[in-house]
Structure formats: C-alpha cells, structure tokens
Design a protein around this ligand. Structure first.
Ligand SMILES: [Zn+2]
Length: 403
C-alpha cells in the first residue's frame, strides 16, 4: 500500500523504507490495467492472420482450444504475464482456460490477475459450469483470483447462465463476457434466446454494476443508455477491433453517458502484442480518424481509462498515486530520446503518445519490484519462452492435422 506521498526532502519521507529509488529523471505512473485479455492460446500468435473473424475462430481458435491441455495453458499464462509485466501491466482481467494454472502463474510472476474462465456447457471443450463454480469458491484472495466468466451467451444454456449470475451475486464479484463484438454474435444470441443481449442479461439478473462487457462495438443508442443506467463497465479493445475488422466502438458516446470504460489488449491471437501504451494511443487516434475531431479522447481521458476506470471495474483501490492506494507503480525513463523534450504540464500526453514498453525502468506490484531495468527479477525468462515455443509447436501440429 502507498503509505505516504510527498516531497522526499521533507519530514513526509517514510522513515521505514527498506530501499530508496532515486526518482530524478523518472516518471512514476500507476500500474496499467488490462481490462480484457486472453493469455492464450499463444500458439496462434502470428499464425492465423488476415482472416474474417468467423473463419479465424472456426479454423484456428476453436481447434486450438479443443487441443489445449493444462500444461499448455500454464506455459501460455507464464509467457503472457511476463510480457504484460514488462509492458507495465500490473493487473489483467484474463479470460482463459485452466484458471488454477493462471493463479499459480500470477503468484510466480507477481502480477495481479482476475481470471474469468471460458465457461460453457453447449461445447464440451471449455471450462464446465462445475469447474468454474469450484474455482470461484477456491480462489478469491491473493494476486490471482477467479471471477465467473463466459465467452459468449450462445455458448451457455440457461442453467449455466443462472449459476454464473448467482456466483457473481453471492460473492459480490464481477462477471465478464464478450458482447456486441460483431453483428453476427448479436444475431447468434437472438437466435438462441429470442432476445437482444441486454434483455438476456436482464433475464438472468446480470445487468448490473458487476457486469464487465468486452468490445461493445455494436450496441444501439437505447442499449448504451440502458448500460449506463445499470452501471455496466466496458472493456474497449481498439487494436483487436481494428485488426479483426469488427468495427469502432462508440466510446466517446459511452463516456458522455457516464459508462465506466477501461481498456484492454484482447489476446495475443488477435492483437499479437500485450501493450497498453499501444491501446491508449489507438483508443485516442481511432476516434479522431473517423470523426475528424482532434479534441476527442484526450490523453488524460485514455490514461484514466487505463488506470482509474480499469481498477473501478475490478473493484480495486488502485490506479492513483495516493496514500492508502495499492502500491502498483510503473517507473518510466524520462531520459529516453522519445520522451524528450518533456514538459511538466504535458507529462500524460508524453506517456500516452510517446512512451512504449522499452521505456520502462521498473514495475512495482504490491510494493515489490518485479521488473527492474527491463528484466523480471525472479523468473528465468528464456525458460518461459522456450516452454511457450514447445507448446506452440505441439498445438500447431494438432491444428494443422485437423484442418
Ligand atoms: Zn476477447
């Protein structure tokens, strides 16, 4: 926890510090929150490219999920969390498989991870409702925790949705899924339940301030107002939406209506990079490019989305450098060429538009340094990469054999 904030030369200085970092020429920002990601299947990174979303899912993503084993997922989690920490991400909302492997990886690497499993009972190769029920009950404290989640409404029967909703209500925790990513997905929900998505969420008592929806590219204006009224949070994924040609989410309108919007990278299979600096910049630029309004989505607004708003959705007292807030911090090199000249009144613009993960000097999670001078302090990075490559090769073979 952050104990004191103040001038280091005054009596404000914390007297019990174990280590003192010379902060001259360093910009300290709150840790970045990746509000929607998938730690894997990493095997598809750089492999399934330039395809329409439906074909990409059918030919690559779903076969990879069918072939995925717990040890593959463990390798994916370790690689993704290493990449995220080195990119200044201190907390991720991670929709993936085998959540117990994710909890272990989060503890090993020192990242906060809220894992929302791909729960489904229409398909048999995702996490079953029983698995998710057990994992939510088991993992509620520590750096890694499990919240109810599902990939799409149409992957779940009524009893599965009822159980997930009840878990969120009973534990007072969030509930995470994709929605309004493409028009096709909305139509799938209508086909299965005869209703639009928000009506389905309402039917299952999910339309409330615990619901976090990834994407939201295609809601109607009425649906946006209903989301604002219910206090729903949105995880906006600009790079993924552009790469998969899903469309452009109406984020300025969401913010105008008071919807809590955070930012996410989405997974390595649709974004290739887990980098919130990229997301902040893209979130700002994409809206300007389509509206011709350079005043939209300012650096301060997108920075708030990546810090304050992400933490609000995840129910964490973090995202600001203030006493009593979690000590999750990223230290950025102010002497890097791309960060100069640096104007004190415009530091946030420099962080959003100029900075990249290579500028990070240290990452602190829960008061502990986990990345120092560009390297993780305790894990063998080359071993993590080697294991991920082996997993990728094995899974890729399986995918090609089936296609
Ligand atoms: Zn996603």
């Amino acid at each position: 926890m952050i104990v004191k904030v103040g001038d280091p030369d005054s009596e404000n200085r914390a007297s019990s510090a174990e280590m003192i970092i010379d902060g001259r020429e360093i910009i300290a920002i709150p840790g970045l929150v990746n509000l929607h990601s998938h730690a894997g299947p990493t095997a598809i990174r750089g492999l399934a490219e330039d395809l329409p979303l439906s074909m990409w899912l059918e030919k690559f993503v779903n076969p990879a999920h069918r072939a995925l084993k717990k040890e593959d997922a463990a390798a994916d989690y370790r690689l993704a969390y290493l990449e995220m920490l080195k990119s200044g991400i201190t907390h991720v909302l991670d929709m993936y498989r085998f959540p117990e492997a994710g909890v272990t990886a989060a503890a090993e690497l020192g990242i906060r991870s809220t894992i929302a499993p791909y729960t489904a009972d229409v398909y048999d190769y995702f996490e079953s409702p029983e698995d998710t029920y057990r994992n939510v009950r088991k993992f509620q404290s520590g750096l890694g925790r499990v919240w109810p989640g599902f990939e799409h409404i149409s992957y779940c029967t009524e009893s599965c949705l009822e159980m997930l909703s009840r878990l969120s209500l009973d534990y007072g925790i969030g509930l995470h899924t994709h929605e309004f990513e493409t028009i096709d997905f909305v139509e799938n929900d209508v086909k299965m339940y005869g209703k639009r998505p928000l009506q389905i969420f309402r039917q299952f008592n999910m339309l409330n301030d615990r619901l976090i929806l990834a994407h939201c590219v295609w809601p109607t204006p009425e649906e946006l107002r209903a989301m604002a009224d219910a206090g729903v949070s949105v995880a906006h994924n600009p790079t993924s939406n552009m790469k998969l040609a899903s469309g452009i989410a109406p984020v300025p309108e969401m913010l105008r209506l008071g919807i809590n919007v955070g930012l996410g990278t989405d997974g390595v299979k649709e974004n290739n990079r887990l980098d919130m600096f990229q997301e902040m910049k893209n979130a700002s630029l994409i809206q300007r490019a389509i509206t011709g309004k350079a005043s939209l989505m300012t650096a301060s607004e997108v920075f708030k989305m990546a810090t304050v708003n992400g933490n609000a959705a995840l129910r964490m007292k973090a995202g600001q450098i203030r006493e009593g807030y979690l000590a999750d911090l990223v230290l950025i090199d102010a002497m890097a060429p791309n960060m100069n000249p640096l104007y004190l009144d415009n530091v946030i613009s420099s962080v959003v538009y100029s900075a990249h993960p290579g500028n990070i000097m240290a990452v602190i999670v829960n008061g502990k340094i986990v990345v120092d001078k560009g390297k993780h302090v305790s894990v063998d990075e080359s071993e993590i990469i080697r294991r991920a490559r082996e997993t990728g090769t094995g899974l890729t073979k399986g995918i090609f054999e089936k296609n």
